[in-house]
Design a protein around this ligand. Sequence first.
Ligand SMILES: C[S@@+](CC[C@H](N)C(=O)[O-])C[C@H]1O[C@@H](n2cnc3c(N)ncnc32)[C@H](O)[C@@H]1O
Length: 362
Amino acid sequence: MELTHTTQGNLRVLRRQYFQIVNLEGLKWPDANILKTSAVQTWIYENLFDLDTVKSRPPERYQFRVLKKLVSIIEGAIDDPEEDEISNDLMSILSSLLSSNLSSESVSAQQKAFVTYTYSTRPIDGPASSNELPVTLLESRAVISSSGTTGLRTWEAALHLGNFLMSESGNEIIRGKNVLELGAGTGLLSILCAKYLEAGRVIATDGDEAVVDAIKTNIFINELDIPEGSSTRGSIESAALKWGWPLQATAFEEDYGVGALDVVLGADVTYDNSGIPLLVSTLRELFDLKSSVQVVIAASIRNEKTFETFINACSRNHFGTEEINFPTIPEDLQAGPFYPTTTPIRMLRITRSEGPRDPFSV
Ligand SMILES: C[S@@+](CC[C@H](N)C(=O)[O-])C[C@H]1O[C@@H](n2cnc3c(N)ncnc32)[C@H](O)[C@@H]1O
């Protein structure tokens, strides 16, 4: 039986959620009567669970929970067991997961797992799957990892800024430009710029050495590691950059050609009052090195006052701030990447405005 375009679209949304390890409660299941058909079960087996062909799979505990839920939905929809049944392939994966030694939810959340965020260029219900633009990252799902950093998982502000950069006006900011990302975390935005947005050179930076190493791994997973001797155009690399540390003194400027920079990105880097003066002083130094640099910051507004502190520091330094109006997509309409919209996300374009500068203000 041929799958309709709508069913294919719904299944692709489910697949994107599954590879992003979206919470079970948030999964968008196609109708139970559709799920019980053998063509759909075959599709789900081949695209989500087949061990021979499906790469970068979610943790086994998650696979098990999703499959168990699927089987229970199908069981509930079967009226005549002579006519409909649960696929043997799915049942055999379920029983092998059941007999494996699954780690507990809390242990599983601390372990690194493949998470795939899927962006797209065309409507989800088209027949082709060529509109899927995945970025697979090895990340920890814990909010703060056991090593104390927040940079080993991807945050909503980065996912939202990624959506903006994939839009026509966002793409214009990146295409052909040299990009530096501050507090890059897993490196999602830098990888998007290098992989799909035709950026020139991309430097993904973070202040935490373990995070910088994790970005290197993620660059490799996305097959963006540059063989030695190849042209640097379209290249991406990761580097340590701690806000507030003078770029010149650390030779960062020299090593990474900061003078040729066009764009600076930062997602969820304004969450902490104590980090703001440091971040702003790094921005100031970047503007000093190249005044035409364009900075784009995305922030989850967990605390209005903290974000105001950042905006005030920008204005004291004579940075121009302009709000980017790019609303979040309501969760029930999201087709990937998926992220909660309960906490507002604001995005600012920051430029250096002309005028007198106070060298001591931060
Ligand atoms: C909330 S995470 C955001 C990560 C990523 N941008 C995202 O949105 O998914 C904040 C990141 O900023 C980095 N960071 C915090 N303070 C820093 C500092 N003083 N210098 C450089 N990086 C810092 C952390 O290591 C972490 O990776």
